[in-house]
Design a protein around this ligand. Structure first.
Ligand code: C2E
Ligand code: CA
Ligand code: CA
Length: 571
C-alpha cells in the first residue's frame, strides 16, 4: 500500500514537472487515445483558445476560434485520422476573441496507427509564432519596400514590371517607364544636409505614391531616383498627364518639419515597350539613358526615348571602353594650333590640342572623348600626358628658335581641382627646363561654378609661380563681364560662336566689340578663336582684337609642321 502511494506521488510530481514545463513554453499540446477515448491537454491552452477540451466534441468547437478563412483547413488538421494522415503541419491565424488580437499558430499533428491500421494515439501541438511571423513580415517588407518612402524598392519594382511585361506581351499592349530624378540633389544634400535631403525624398515619394493604381506602379530606387511604370498607357497622353501633375505639384515648395520650404525640379526620361526595349531591365535602362539626356538638355524637363539617343549612348559606352585602352597604351598625339598677333603678324604661341586615333584608325574628336574622360576620371592620366608631351616638345622649340613663344594648355576643371595639380605641373616644367612664364593655362568658366574664392586663390598661386592664365570659350557660359574684373587672368579667348556670326549679325558685332573694348580696359589680352575667313580677320583687326587663332591662319598641326613654321620665322 505504501509502495503504491509512493509510486503515485512520483507520477504526480513528474506530471507536475511536465505541466510546468509545458506551461512555460509557448506551446499547447493535446493528446488523444483512441482506445480510452480520452483527451488530455497541457501547456498554454487557455491562453490560445480560452476553453478547456475534454472530449472530441469539444475539440470540434475549436474550429470556431480561428480566422474564418482557415476553418476548413483547421478542422482537417484537428482530425487528421479521418484522412489517414500520419504527420501534418499547418500555420493558421487565430483571431483571439478576448483581447481582439491576432496571433499566429503553427500546428503540428502526429497520429500513430496500430497493426490493424486503426488510429491509436494522436498528438496535436500548437505554437505561438506571432513574433516570428512579424519578424518575417518585417523582412518581407524590407525585401519589397523602401523604408524611407514606403514605395516599392527597385527589386520588387522589377518583379512587378515583369508581370506587366508578361501581360503586355500576351495582350499586345504597351508599357511605359518614367525614370524620375531630382535635379541638383547633391547640392541639396551637401548644402542642407542628408536629413533634409531624406525628408525631401520622402515627401516627394509620398506624393508620387498617389499615382499608384492597378495600372501604375511607383517605386523608389535609391537616393533621388524614382521609377514609375504604366501598363497600357494611352500614347504619350497618360505619361504627359502624370508629368503635368508632377510639375504642378513641384510649383509649390515642400514644407519641411523644421518649417523650411524647399522647392525642387525633376528630370524625367520616358521609354516605352515595345518600341524602346523588349524586357523590363532593358526598358528601365533606356528610360535612365533618356533621363540623362533630359539633364543634359538643362534639367527640369521630360525627354522621350528615340533611337538616336540610344545610339549616342552606345557610342559613348564604346568610346569609354576604348578610351581606357588608349590611356593604358598612350594612343594619343598632340597637335598644335598657331595663334598670331594681329598687329605685327608674329606667331604668339601655339595651343596644344590632343588627338586620338583609335585601333581602327578612326579619329575621335576631343570634344567627344574629353567629356567622357572627365566623367570616368581618365582625364587625369590623359591631362598629365598632354602636359608632359607638349611641354617636352615645346621645350625643344623654345631652346632652338623662339624664346618668347607661348604654349597654351587646356586644363580640365577636374584636373585643376586636384591638390597635386600645381606641383605636378611645376615638376614637369623643371624636368624640361621651361619657365612657367612660357605656359598659358586655358581654363573655362565651368571651373568657377563651385567655389569662386577657392578657385581664384589657386589662380593667384599659379600666377605667383609665373604662369599665364587664359579664360577659354568666353561667351558660352555665364559670360558675365562683372566677375571678370576679380579674376586673376591674363588673356580672354572669345568663343568661336561669336566669330561665326560676327559678320552677319549686328548684335553679335556690338557684343564682340564691347567685349574686346572692356577686356582691354581691364588690362587683359584678347584671342579670337575659330577665325575662318579673311573678312572675320580684317574685322577683328579693325576692332583691335590682339590675337587670332583659326583655320584662316593655321589648323591644328603635328609638331614637325610647327617646326617648319618656326624655321621659316627664324630664317
Ligand atoms: P577648345 O579649347 O575651344 O579648342 C579649340 C577647338 O576649336 C579645337 O578643336 C580646334 O581644332 C577648333 N578650331 C580652331 N580653329 C577653328 C576654326 O577656324 N574652325 C573650326 N571649325 N574649328 C576650329 P578640337 O581640337 O577638336 O578640340 C575640341 C575641344 O576639346 C577643345 O576646345 C578643348 O575643350 C578640348 N581639348 C582638346 N585638347 C584638350 C586637352 O589636351 N585637354 C583638355 N582638357 N581639353 C582638350
Ligand atoms: Ca582651348
Ligand atoms: Ca575655346
Amino acid at each position: 500500500m505504501d509502495l503504491l502511494k509512493a509510486e503515485d506521488k512520483r507520477v504526480n510530481s513528474d506530471e507536475k514537472m511536465f505541466q510546468m514545463i509545458y506551461d512555460m513554453s509557448n506551446s499547447a499540446f493535446l493528446y488523444y487515445n483512441f482506445e480510452e477515448r480520452k483527451v488530455k491537454t497541457v501547456g498554454s491552452w487557455d491562453a490560445f483558445f480560452g476553453m478547456a477540451i475534454h472530449t472530441l466534441e469539444e475539440l470540434e468547437k475549436l474550429g470556431r476560434c480561428v480566422d474564418e478563412k482557415y476553418t476548413d483547413q483547421f478542422m482537417d488538421f484537428l482530425f487528421p485520422e479521418k484522412r489517414g494522415i500520419q504527420k501534418g503541419n499547418i500555420t493558421i491565424c487565430l483571431q483571439k476573441r478576448l483581447a481582439g488580437k491576432k496571433i499566429w499558430l503553427e500546428c503540428e499533428a502526429i497520429v500513430k496507427y496500430g497493426q490493424d491500421g486503426r488510429p491509436k494515439d494522436k498528438i496535436l501541438r500548437f505554437e505561438d509564432i506571432t513574433k516570428l511571423k512579424s519578424q518575417n513580415e518585417e523582412l518581407i517588407y524590407l525585401a519589397y519596400y523602401d523604408i524611407l518612402t514606403g514605395l516599392y524598392n527597385r527589386n520588387y519594382f522589377v518583379r512587378l514590371l515583369g508581370d506587366f511585361f508578361r501581360k503586355a506581351k500576351e495582350e499586345g499592349k504597351p508599357v511605359a517607364i518614367l525614370f524620375v530624378d531630382i535635379d541638383d540633389f547633391r547640392k541639396i544634400n551637401d548644402g542642407l544636409g542628408l536629413i533634409i535631403g531624406d525628408e525631401i525624398v520622402q515627401q516627394f515619394g509620398q506624393y508620387l505614391a498617389s499615382f499608384e493604381s492597378g495600372n501604375t506602379i511607383v517605386s523608389h530606387f535609391n537616393g533621388d531616383i524614382y521609377c514609375l511604370a504604366i501598363y497600357d498607357p494611352t500614347g504619350r497622353e497618360s505619361v504627359e498627364a502624370i508629368y503635368g501633375k508632377m510639375q504642378k505639384r513641384l510649383e509649390k515648395p515642400f514644407l519641411l518639419s523644421d518649417g523650411r520650404e524647399i522647392s525642387i525640379t525633376v528630370s524625367v526620361g520616358v521609354a516605352e515597350y515595345p518600341e524602346a526595349a523588349k524586357d523590363a531591365l532593358e526598358l528601365i535602362n533606356c528610360a535612365e539613358i533618356v533621363m540623362f539626356k533630359a539633364k543634359a538638355a538643362g534639367k527640369n524637363t521630360i525627354q522621350y526615348f528615340d533611337m538616336p539617343i540610344l545610339d549616342d549612348f552606345l557610342r559613348n559606352v564604346t568610346i569609354e571602353n576604348k578610351l581606357k585602352e588608349a590611356v593604358s597604351h598612350r594612343n594619343f598625339t598632340v597637335y598644335f594650333q598657331p595663334q598670331y598677333n594681329v598687329h605685327d603678324g608674329i606667331l604668339r604661341g601655339v595651343e596644344a590640342l590632343i588627338r586620338w586615333r583609335d585601333e581602327e584608325g578612326n579619329m575621335i574628336s576631343p570634344s567627344v572623348f574629353i567629356p567622357i574622360a572627365e566623367k570616368n576620371g581618365t582625364i587625369i592620366p590623359i591631362g598629365t600626358w598632354v602636359m608632359e608631351e607638349s611641354i617636352r616638345i615645346f621645350s625643344g622649340w623654345r631652346k632652338k628658335y623662339h624664346s618668347s613663344l607661348i604654349l597654351a594648355l587646356n586644363i580640365s576643371a577636374i584636373q585643376y581641382k586636384r591638390t597635386d595639380f600645381v606641383d605636378n605641373l611645376l615638376r614637369i616644367l623643371e624636368k624640361y627646363e621651361v619657365e612657367p612664364s612660357g605656359v598659358e593655362l586655358e581654363i573655362t568658366e565651368s571651373i568657377l561654378i563651385d567655389d569662386f574664392e577657392e578657385v581664384t586663390d589657386k589662380l593667384l598661386v599659379l600666377k605667383e609661380c609665373g604662369f599665364r592664365i587664359s579664360l577659354d570659350d568666353f561667351g558660352t557660359g555665364y559670360s558675365s563681364l562683372s566677375y571678370l574684373k576679380g579674376l586673376p587672368i591674363n588673356t580672354l579667348k572669345i568663343d568661336k560662336s561669336f566669330i561665326d556670326t560676327v559678320i552677319s549679325d549686328n548684335n553679335t558685332k556690338i557684343i564682340t566689340e564691347s567685349i574686346v573694348y572692356m577686356v582691354k580696359r581691364l588690362g587683359y589680352e584678347t584671342v579670337a578663336e575659330g577665325v575662318e575667313t579673311k573678312e572675320q580677320f580684317d574685322y577683328l583687326k579693325s576692332i583691335e582684337c590682339d590675337n587670332i587663332q583659326g583655320y584662316f591662319l593655321g589648323r591644328p598641326m603635328p609638331s614637325d609642321e610647327v617646326e617648319k613654321l618656326l624655321q621659316k620665322t627664324a630664317g
